[in-house]
Write a protein that binds this ligand. Structure first.
Ligand SMILES: NC(=O)c1ccc[n+]([C@@H]2O[C@H](COP(=O)([O-])OP(=O)(O)OC[C@H]3O[C@@H](n4cnc5c(N)ncnc54)[C@H](O)[C@@H]3O)[C@@H](O)[C@H]2O)c1
Length: 424
């Protein structure tokens, strides 16, 4: 029986169940996809795709590393007025080389994080207004020595705005892309009491170095002292009394410039220096001893306009919006400076008094007083460098700017009650 279960010698040999692969057919691996593409007309779609991609890459502007960047926050009118600046200007974040290259199509420019020291003051608050309106996030650092909350309180509640009460002679750490360093009492009445220039500038430069921010110093025409060269060019080294009553300001700003350049050269801080000439406008401190605010407040109060010396010393007067435009161009541009930012229109103190009389009160009297020590005889900026490299020059003449300042002063000197009464 057992023998029946074993192979009995049938004709065919036993079938093997071991796996044996099929012989390869190389022609089939190529032929199948081709056949599929032809049958489904996939080839047509492939060619259409290639054609679309070719058209897009041909028409696209060439992505060179220095391709111009459009500034969505700057009006087309402005870019037309100063095409050179914006064609050559690069959007900067303050990190690395400062150029972030081309923004991809469809992506909006990201707002910058900017600290403005002295941002509650006269110039600072106007600068803050411009930065906020272009979409940046702004941190104002101010100790309110001469600044006022009223100057920036219209931004309270805006999530892009912060106000920090802080004295810049103490260090502070903030993560920002740019630092506009304005904090410094700017009028003779105040600057004699405050060592802000040197220590404050050192702290802000330290911050710029630490977080890789671009740093702009607002220096002054006072670095030229009582100038022996007229008008003053940036290459002129000045004529300053190092031990006079004004020296804390003049020499303080000169030291601030030196520190800025040392941090630029030695620590690689991206620095900008503006030398600001006399600026006027709304929100200036009343009674701070600066000539324009003095004359305007005196004329409004029916007091005599006090002219120091013979009144023949000259100054140039720049409206604040022109200065703010210059500061923003300087920060965004490629040049360190220093740059003179001022209005080259030159007026004697007596001529200024006449313009104030014409604007406010033709009967205002003029009273002469002995001149203060080290008062410069002449002051007029040469702005050739700013015109050529920043595409900037002032637009508002004194006779147009003064009335805008007068209406702000009228409101602050007399209060809203009188303003309402007089307009009624
Ligand atoms: N306005 C001009 O004609 C003129 C001319 C040349 C230079 N500048 C420079 O421009 C800048 C702004 O001047 P401004 O006319 O707006 O003067 P401002 O006095 O109105 O503003 C200065 C601001 O700095 C603040 N500040 C002062 N010391 C500070 C400190 N230690 N810490 C923090 N905040 C401090 C003040 O409270 C104020 O808000 C100053 O650096 C000034 O030297 C102005």
């Amino acid at each position: 029986m057992a023998s029946e279960l074993i192979f009995r010698g049938h004709d065919s040999p036993p079938v093997s169940h071991a796996y044996s692969p099929k012989p390869p057919k190389p022609w089939l691996t190529v032929a199948r996809p081709i056949h599929y593409m032809l049958r489904e007309q996939r080839l047509v779609f492939t060619f259409i795709g290639i054609a679309i991609a070719t058209v897009i890459f041909t028409l696209r502007p060439s992505p060179t590393p220095h391709a111009p960047i459009t500034y969505p926050y700057i009006s087309s009118e402005l870019t037309q007025q100063h095409p050179s600046t914006y064609q050559n200007g690069h959007l900067t974040t303050g990190f690395g080389t400062g150029s972030v290259g081309k923004i991809p199509l469809g992506l909006k420019r990201k707002g910058l994080r900017i600290v403005v020291t002295g941002g509650a003051g006269f110039v600072g608050s106007h600068l803050v207004d411009r930065l906020m309106s272009r979409g940046d996030s702004v941190i104002v650092v101010d100790n309110f020595f001469t600044g006022r909350k009223e100057n920036v309180m219209h931004h309270f509640g805006n999530p892009r705005f912060e106000l920090i009460r802080h004295d810049v002679v103490e260090p502070i750490l903030l993560e920002v892309d740019q630092i506009f360093h304005l904090a410094c009492p700017a009028s003779p009445v105040h600057y004699k009491h405050n060592p802000t220039n040197v220590v404050g500038t050192l702290n802000m430069l330290g911050l710029a170095k630490r977080v890789g921010a671009r740093f702009l110093l607002t220096s002054t025409s006072e670095v030229y002292g009582d100038p022996l060269q007229h008008p003053q060019v940036e290459t002129y080294w000045g004529n300053v009394n190092p031990i006079g009553v004004r020296s804390c300001y003049d020499e303080g700003k000169r030291t601030a410039e030196t520190l800025t350049m040392d941090y630029h050269r030695g620590a690689g801080v991206e620095a900008r220096i503006a030398r600001i000439f006399n600026t006027y406008g709304p929100r200036m401190c009343i009674d701070d001893g600066r000539v324009v605010s003095n004359f305007v407040a005196q004329a409004l109060r029916k007091e005599p306009l006090t002219v120091y010396g013979d009144g023949k010393q000259t100054r140039s007067f720049q409206y604040v919006s022109d200065l703010v435009e210059g500061l923003m161009r300087l920060m965004e541009g490629e040049h360190v400076g220093p740059f003179n930012l001022g209005n080259p229109g030159e007026f004697t103190m007596l001529e200024l008094a006449q313009v104030v009389q014409e604007t406010i009160d033709p009967n205002a009297k003029i009273e002469f007083r002995p001149n203060t020590e080290d008062d410069p005889h002449k002051r007029k900026p040469d702005i050739t460098k700013a015109k050529e490299l920043l595409g900037w020059e002032p637009k508002v003449p004194l006779r147009k700017g003064l009335p805008m300042m007068v209406s702000d002063f009228r409101r602050r000197v007399f209060g809203d009650h009188k303003e309402v009464a007089s307009s009624a």
